[in-house]
Write a protein that binds this ligand. Structure first.
Ligand SMILES: *Cc1c(COP(=O)(O)O)cnc(C)c1O
Length: 479
């Protein structure tokens, strides 16, 4: 069959290539059709069947269509159904269909977003989405986002720029001379900073343990009255969204404290930064715009695919100082109208993550992102209420999309989590809170609604009742 607008390609390889793309998109549709009807965690038999991948490297190439089929038929059933509505594990979003569509289309484009000259379309869409993100989140004028692989790297990118800026203020050029012999700077973190923040600090040479740790309160918020008395320049790492409770640090108090010193305020907002898009959460986010840099993820709450982190800073020149590279074949000097991603990010060549972010923001609009945040937070409250009524203890103030619960004690809670995972109707995992295991439920998918809250409560209480057949069955709430 000949398509008039797309005459047959003259190269022999073109048509089989298109057949592969069509087959892959049919497989993707087939996956989307079935994923809702199955367990959230894959069936153990499907996981066992992954042994089919254990083949030696073929000496000669195998059929590419058969290769896609193997991936689809053996790999698909062994996936975790995080695109469904009932995955509450970690802080993992789903991925919006328009993000999946944009990813599939732009994978066929194979654009390198390092430089505008390599991809005018990636550069233009970046410019648009950069403005949209700063507008949506209400960050200060002049703030610029850059795309990296996730919040770990977004934190590291911001901290590297902060390190170089603070040390430049002390007359030290880190890019030229490294950190050996540099004047010391104090790094301040909250006691409940995310585990990966240590990794980011280590990566940029500031040290995982060479930090001043400020105690946190019972929700995991940094206690501003316990900030150190330091006088010298400080690099403060605050947090929007504690990974268990969803709590936000007191940004105004931290910014006031820093205003009496010199330094840099960075905020890890891997998921919590999106609360800025919901006007109903202004109390939580007060003072958040006073930071120098912010890290977030697209692949969590915004529901784009992996891997998409976003580093924002109001000091773009500092990012440039840290990440610029020169080579004879690279275009000379950047102008204000020509933003070059490779000179502002840890990557050189890079995937154009902006396409998916742009597609989701265009599809949802300002109101849609606000609704996504507000709805998932409402679902979290409904789950907390349902579980509390069923006899579990809710351990956190549910201010965002995170719910932390315990059934009796740590060991009972562990047994409950295992039973819920085995049950397959929903999936959520454990964490440690106040020295004991707790069940952590994160509501981060664009698909999750109040029906799913009810289903999650049913699944957990049903499993809880079977753990305690002797009269501990969750009863009807008293009032
Ligand atoms: C998830 C998370 C990170 C790490 O993000 P990645 O995208 O996995 O690199 C950092 N900080 C917080 C608070 C997180 O929730």
């Amino acid at each position: 069959m000949t398509d008039e607008r797309h005459p047959p390609a003259t190269t022999a390889g073109a048509d089989p290539a298109r057949r592969l793309l069509r087959a892959a998109s049919a497989m993707a549709v087939g996956y989307a059709d079935t994923v809702d009807g199955r367990r959230v965690a894959p069936d153990p038999a499907a996981v066992a069947a992954l042994a089919a991948f254990d083949e030696p490297l073929p000496e000669t190439g195998l059929d590419p269509l058969a290769t896609l089929r193997l991936l689809d038929e053996v790999g698909g059933p062994a996936t975790v159904a995080s695109t469904g509505a009932r995955y509450f594990g970690f802080v993992t979003g789903g991925s919006h269909p328009v993000a999946q569509g944009a990813a599939a289309l732009t994978a066929a484009w194979d654009q390198n977003a390092a430089l505008p000259v390599m991809s005018p379309v990636a550069a233009r869409v970046y410019d648009v989405v950069a403005g949209w993100l700063v507008d949506l989140l209400g960050l200060p004028a002049g703030t610029r986002p850059v795309f990296v692989s996730g919040a770990t790297v977004a934190n590291a990118a911001c901290l590297a720029a902060a390190r170089d800026a603070v040390l430049a203020g002390l007359g030290w050029d880190v890019q030229s001379d490294g950190l050996f012999g540099a004047p010391p700077i104090e790094v301040v973190v909250g006691e409940r900073a995310h585990s990966t923040l240590s990794k980011s600090l280590g990566l940029v040479g500031l040290g995982r343990d060479r930090v001043t740790v400020v105690p946190a309160d019972d929700q995991g918020r940094l206690r501003a009255e316990r900030l150190p008395r330091s006088t010298g320049p400080v690099l403060v790492c605050a947090q929007a969204g504690e990974v268990n409770t969803g709590a936000f640090d007191p940004f105004d108090a931290i910014a006031d404290w820093l205003a009496e010193r010199s330094g840099w305020l960075h905020v890890d907002g891997a998921f919590g930064l999106w609360a800025l898009a919901d006007p109903g959460r202004a109390g939580l986010t007060a003072g958040l715009d006073r930071a120098d840099s912010w890290a977030t993820d697209g692949h969590k709450w915004l529901n784009v695919g992996y891997d998409c982190g976003i580093a924002f800073t109001r000091h773009t020149a500092d990012l440039h100082r840290t990440f610029t590279a020169a080579a004879g074949y690279l275009p000379a000097a950047t102008g204000p109208d020509r933003f070059e991603a490779m000179h502002h990010t840890p990557q050189s060549s890079q995937r154009a993550r902006q396409f998916e972010v742009w597609a989701v923001l265009r599809t949802l609009g300002r109101a849609g992102v606000a609704e996504l945040v507000a709805r998932t937070c409402t679902v979290a409250v409904a789950i907390a209420d349902g579980l509390r009524a069923g006899g579990l203890t809710v351990l956190n103030d549910v201010v965002l999309n995170q719910v932390l619960v315990r059934l009796h004690d740590g060991p009972t809670t562990e047994a409950l989590i295992a039973a819920v995972q085995d049950d397959g109707r929903i999936w959520c995992g454990p964490t440690r809170w106040a020295g004991e295991t707790a069940m952590r439920i994160s509501v981060s998918s664009w698909r999750t609604g109040l029906d799913d809250a009810a289903a999650a409560v049913d699944a957990v209480l049903d499993r809880a009742s079977r753990l305690h057949p002797a009269g501990r069955a969750p009863g009807v709430p008293g009032t």
